[in-house]
Design a binder for this molecule. Structure first.
Ligand code: SF4
Length: 265
């Protein structure tokens, strides 16, 4: 049996981490892998497209309501092709720490979940950029073994991606690849590919901007489920295969800001 993969996809808020994570989860499930997706974003949007638009209770909300969570099926829900979906939830605005909340919730999950051990792939859909110690907590606690960074060819997402690389090297964590979620910027594939090469990594997927992704999301489905015969579904399938086959990770070398600006000019 192959060792369990535990990946996290980092990137600027709003860049498409949840839709990438859920489509990769669906593509891996299609290939017969046992997959769990752990959504750590307060908006709970990682699992919703794997559950036909249904929202599930978050672990932190249940804990805050004083519930004793003892059974796995109180927080682990089965979605498309058996993908196990969990939502951690977020802190109440103004109080608490998102990173700390993730750790509390996942420690609880590990205690009660049998199926977590049986997964081939666990995807952590983590919020925002790595800007603080809190957000890298899943890596520091050994929950995540492979990190990917998602960006577009625009300056701000690249800036965030570069910062994430700084954070990863500071905590001695390797980067398994860069994924481009296109915003239809000119020369985008070239820009992101160059960025990936210059930090010592590689572009593992270029996801074109397609309205169908938003349409499927709005209807509460992954692209793989609702539009499985489209070209974009094939892009997610290839990305999923690359992730499952990847055994190469590097220490990312973040770029100077001036170089980053040059790349996008
Ligand atoms: S450490 Fe990070 S996650 Fe925690 S409260 Fe501060 S900014 Fe938020």
């Amino acid at each position: 049996m192959n060792p369990q993969k535990r990946i996290a996809i980092y990137g600027k808020g709003g860049i498409g981490k949840s839709s990438t994570a859920s489509n990769v989860a669906a593509a891996c499930a299609d290939e017969g892998y046992n997959v769990m997706i752990i959504g750590c974003d307060p908006k709970s949007d990682s699992s919703i497209t794997l559950l036909g638009g249904k929202r599930i209770p978050t672990i932190l909300d249940l804990l805050r309501d004083g519930m004793e969570i003892e059974e796995e099926d109180e927080v682990v829900f089965e979605g498309y092709k058996g993908v196990k979906c969990v939502e951690v939830g977020g802190p109440e605005p103004g109080i608490g720490c998102a990173g700390r909340g993730i750790i509390v919730a996942i420690q609880k999950l590990k205690k009660i979940s049998q199926s977590m051990k049986e997964m081939d792939l666990i995807i952590y859909d983590v919020p925002g950029d790595i800007v603080c110690g809190g957000f890298v907590a899943p890596i520091r606690k050994g929950l995540v073994s492979e990190a990917y960074v998602l960006t577009s060819g625009e300056y701000m997402p690249l800036y965030a991606a570069n910062n994430i690389c700084k954070g990863l090297s500071r905590i001695n964590t390797k980067l398994s690849g860069v994924i481009c979620n296109s915003r239809s910027v000119s020369r985008e594939e070239k820009i992101v590919s160059k960025f990936a090469n210059e930090i010592g990594s590689e572009l593992v997927a270029f996801i074109p901007k397609e309205q169908i992704v938003q349409d499927c999301e709005r209807d509460g489905y992954s692209v793989l489920e609702k539009a499985g015969d489209t070209d974009i579904a094939e892009v997610y399938r290839t990305l999923a295969r690359n992730i499952m086959a990847s055994d190469c990770a590097v220490d990312p070398r973040a770029l100077e800001d001036e170089r980053l600006r040059e790349l996008t000019r």
